[in-house]
Design a protein around this ligand. Structure first.
Ligand code: CU
Length: 125
C-alpha cells in the first residue's frame, strides 16, 4: 500500500515538472509585414514604425535592441531570431528595416512570448 502511494506521488511530481518545462507550440509560417525595432514600436517613440522611423529603427537595432516582425494581417509582433547559430538576427536584418518583407520560418510560442526563428527573408512585392 505504501509503495502504491509513493508511486502516485512520483507520477504527480513528474507530471508537474513536465508541464513546467513544456515544449513551445511550434508551427511553420510564411508571413508578410514590416521589420521593426520592438522597443520603439511598443513605446511609440518617434512614431514607432514606418519610413519616418527608419533611421531610428536602424540605430536601435544596430545598438542591439530586439528586432521584430509586425505581421500586417494580424497586427501581432514577433521577436525574430535566426533558426540556426548563436548570433542574433540584428545585423542580418538591417537591410530590411522599416520595409515590407516576406519572411519564413518557425513560430514558437511559450508563456505569451512569440519568437519567429526565420530561415528566409525577402522584400515583399
Ligand atoms: Cu527606434
Amino acid at each position: 500500500m505504501k509503495s502504491v502511494l509513493f508511486f502516485l506521488v512520483l507520477i504527480v511530481v513528474v507530471a508537474g515538472s513536465a508541464s513546467a518545462q513544456a515544449q513551445p507550440k511550434t508551427s511553420d509560417v510564411s508571413l508578410v509585414g514590416e521589420i521593426i525595432d520592438i522597443k520603439c514600436y511598443t513605446t511609440g517613440m518617434m512614431g514607432g514604425r514606418g519610413p519616418e522611423h527608419e533611421d531610428c529603427a536602424i540605430s536601435c537595432i544596430k545598438g542591439g535592441l530586439p528586432v521584430g516582425l509586425l505581421d500586417e494581417k494580424s497586427g501581432e509582433v514577433y521577436t525574430i531570431v535566426p533558426a540556426k547559430g548563436m548570433k542574433g538576427a540584428n545585423l542580418a536584418l538591417l537591410p530590411f528595416v522599416a520595409k515590407r518583407v516576406k519572411i519564413q520560418g518557425s513560430l514558437l510560442e511559450k508563456g505569451g512570448n512569440q519568437i519567429l526563428a526565420y530561415t528566409s527573408i525577402e522584400e515583399a512585392k
